[in-house]
Design a protein around this ligand. Structure first.
Ligand SMILES: NC(=O)c1ccc[n+]([C@@H]2O[C@H](COP(=O)([O-])OP(=O)(O)OC[C@H]3O[C@@H](n4cnc5c(N)ncnc54)[C@H](O)[C@@H]3O)[C@@H](O)[C@H]2O)c1
Length: 348
């Protein structure tokens, strides 16, 4: 049965910031009976089961996931654990015949990401990398209108991605760094819209936060990309915007310009003697990208059930975003532009 009515038994790994979003979407979705929660923090998992009356959901200790992998009612796993744990879970799940939805990035290095995709091909299972921004209705609308040639030749494309609130330091320590943790989203989105791999990347960065600097990471980055078609990309990133989660996209072309603005919990503005008032922009990714998380889950389920023949985010896309994140980091660390030839970084 290749219809949207087919149920997809799921196990979710990790109920942290990202996992909680996917967890709530899974339990609200009629297509996805949640069979297992796997957590390091067992109390957290049991509390979730109790709070949401999940009579059919079992809890597994992350130290022994064999019962989850051996459970034939589990068709797919959703991996929302810290990035350094992804590879092991993803490969074990694929080997056990489960499809995998994995939070970005799939793995910490290009080689380990490669191994995950090799396994997905070997075991003929879907491996979806959660570049959720592609499923944001505004971002997708821009993509479709660029592809429909509404603004002609793309000449400049810019993203502003400023995080809020500042992620916990415990997370930042194991995040993989701002290039692989944050900029990877912008790189994927820009390449998707332009439809090319950049030929050169150049990054400058600084760290204003002493705690982050002590981790040999940075909190503020500017990236410039040059594409073979001539288009220039610019990424403006910060780990912390005090006024909310600032996410903007602009594409400038020969026939016009498309832009997306920040969104707010309530879009009504009031104008009076005291001036103009409107809600603050959304506080964080959970609210801003709410739709995208639901839509990417639907897409994954469509792939697993055969409603869609192809995963929207391909092996090539994930490998490209990881390689470019690494190129941007190397550009910043070496203080020079990095050339990209045939999908690989070229050091001079
Ligand atoms: N797409 C997005 O918008 C988005 C947003 C935030 C985080 N992420 C990604 O999600 C992943 C998790 O990030 P987070 O911010 O949710 O982290 P987090 O620290 O908030 O949560 C991680 C959770 O995983 C649990 N855990 C740790 N090791 C585990 C294991 N081996 N098995 C099962 N559970 C385990 C922890 O107890 C914790 O509850 C990262 O890869 C990150 O890049 C994506």
């Amino acid at each position: 049965m290749e219809t949207k009515d087919r149920k997809v038994g799921l196990a979710i790994f990790g109920l942290g910031r990202a996992g909680s979003i996917h967890f709530k979407n899974i339990i609200a979705n009629y297509r996805t009976p949640l069979k297992w929660i796997v957590e390091d923090d067992l109390d957290k998992a049991h509390r979730a089961v109790k709070k949401y009356f999940l009579d059919e959901t079992r809890v597994a200790d992350s130290k022994d996931i064999t019962p989850v992998l051996e459970d034939n009612s589990v068709d797919a796993v959703v991996v929302c654990t810290p990035t350094h744990t992804h590879e092991q879970i993803v490969r074990a799940a694929l080997k056990a015949g489960k499809s995998v939805f994995c939070e970005k990035p799939i793995a910490g290095t290009i080689e380990s990401t490669q191994s995950c995709y090799d396994d997905a091909e070997k075991f003929n299972k879907a491996l979806y990398c959660a570049f959720n921004r592609r499923f944001d209705p505004a971002v997708r609308n821009v993509y479709q209108r660029v592809k429909a040639d509404e603004i002609g030749q793309v000449q400049q494309i810019k993203t502003i991605s400023r995080d809020a609130p500042l992620p916990p330091l415990s997370y930042l320590k194991i995040s993989g760094g701002i290039f692989h943790d944050c900029i990877v989203h912008d790189l994927d989105m820009i390449c998707w819209i332009v439809g090319e791999t950049p030929s050169t990347v150049y990054a400058q960065a600084h760290c204003f936060n002493a705690d982050i600097a002590a981790m040999d990471d940075v909190d503020t980055v500017a990236v410039v990309l040059k594409f073979p078609c001539g288009a220039l990309g610019q990424i403006d990133i910060s780990r912390h915007a005090v006024y909310g989660y600032d996410q903007r996209l602009e594409v400038f072309g020969s026939k016009g310009m498309l832009e997306t603005s920040n969104t707010r919990p309530c879009e009504v503005s009031s104008h009076g003697n005291a001036g103009t008032k409107q809600d603050n922009i959304h506080a964080s990714f959970e609210q801003r990208y709410d739709h995208s998380y639901k839509l990417e889950l639907e897409h994954f389920l469509d792939v697993v059930t055969g409603v869609e023949s192809r995963c929207e985010i391909t092996r090539h896309d994930t490998m490209q975003a990881s390689m470019l994140a690494e190129a941007c980091e190397q550009s910043y660390r070496q203080g020079k532009p990095i050339k990209i030839v045939d999908g690989k970084m070229v050091y001079s």
